[in-house]
Design a protein around this ligand. Structure first.
Ligand SMILES: Cc1cc2nc3c(=O)[nH]c(=O)nc-3n(C[C@H](O)[C@H](O)[C@H](O)COP(=O)(O)OP(=O)(O)OC[C@H]3O[C@@H](n4cnc5c(N)ncnc54)[C@H](O)[C@@H]3O)c2cc1C
Length: 290
């Protein structure tokens, strides 16, 4: 019978050394809310599990130079309780807090949500819209990569097998900036997004959008950054022309699948509608900030 080993290193260097030294399949463990389900179903059969939660720095949130650093294994519950983060990045926080139930929130992390590489992961479009980056450590040292470069196809990432994400960086906010995340699910809670939309904007004093990022989830094999949707907002107030252009650009970017949660046509339509609504929330939040 195959044995399953468990290690809980105390440093990132040890975690990387253990990962690099394993001949077979090793899996990093953060909250385990994806990994344990996959273990029980037999979908993954690692010979080693490396728990990341004992590594200092992998859990916690720090404010640095006006931006935020979120440890890779920090739970949704901790993220939701951080007042300054919630003020600066309400969209990122609301996306992280949509994941699962209260029980799941106590465990589920941003790194797990990203590295599980589901096209429908809720925090990922919000992080992409926020221009978040992640710090990745491997045997050759440390590198920083945009969140949108991590998921390459369903269940796959661009990380090498001996690399670990240690933290996420959210940049300093200019004045009159805000974000929002909305998802649509067929039930009222505990379901996978049919569509998720993250919108992040910076306005000028007259309410004209000077910078924007728009990201879509669950409508393609990977979460999408959609510059055409951002371009629909930049240089405009949120009038009917901007909303119609945003809706059209969001719909055009979709390459969804048909499944029991929604048809291709339905997902495309919902993407446009949710993009409008998320933009309206982001603009309203940004307008309230001086
Ligand atoms: C009941 C239930 C409801 C759920 N609802 C939602 C939902 O509404 N929205 C949603 O998006 N998801 C949902 N999920 C899925 C899951 O909770 C999330 O994807 C969660 O964020 C995973 O985080 P985790 O810390 O538990 O990851 P884990 O299960 O610990 O890890 C997931 C994957 O990431 C890898 N990994 C972990 N940490 C690192 C790291 N530091 N570097 C590199 N790779 C790493 C692991 O090896 C594994 O492959 C739900 C799950 C359950 C069980």
């Amino acid at each position: 019978m195959a044995t399953l080993n468990y290690q809980a290193p105390a440093t990132v260097e040890d975690a990387v050394r253990i990962l690099a030294g394993t001949g077979g399949v090793a899996k990093l463990l953060a909250g385990g809310t994806d990994l344990l389900v996959q273990l029980r179903s037999g979908r993954v059969k690692p010979e080693l599990i490396i728990d990341t939660k004992k590594i200092p720095g992998l859990i916690g949130i720090r404010e640095v130079d006006g931006g935020f650093i979120i440890g890779a294994a920090t739970s949704g519950a901790v993220i939701g309780e951080h007042e300054a983060l919630g003020r600066a990045w309400p969209g990122v926080v609301e996306a992280a807090n949509l994941i699962g139930s209260t029980q799941v929130q106590g465990r589920a992390s941003l790194a797990g949500n990203l590295c599980n590489a589901s096209p429908a992961a809720d925090s990922v479009p919000a992080l992409i819209a926020a221009k978040a980056t992640c710090v990745i450590v491997g045997p050759k040292g440390q590198r920083e990569a945009p969140v949108e470069s991590i998921v390459t196809s369903p269940g796959r990432t661009s990380l090498a097998r001996d690399e670990i994400i240690t933290e996420f960086h959210l940049p300093k906010r200019p004045p009159r900036s805000a974000d929002a995340y909305l998802r649509f699910i067929p039930r009222t809670e505990m379901d996978i997004a049919v569509v998720g939309v993250g919108v992040n904007v910076t306005l000028d004093a007259s309410g004209v959008c000077r910078d924007a990022r728009v990201s879509l989830g669950a409508v393609a094999p990977t979460p999408l950054l959609v510059p055409e949707a951002a371009a629909a907002l930049i240089g405009r107030k949120l009038d009917q022309t901007a909303l119609d252009a945003l809706d059209a650009a969001a719909r055009k970017a979709c390459k969804p699948i048909d499944d029991k949660r929604g048809t291709i046509d339905y997902r495309i339509k919902v993407a446009g509608v949710l993009a409008r609504r998320a933009a309206a929330i982001a603009f309203e939040r940004a307008g309230e900030r001086r």
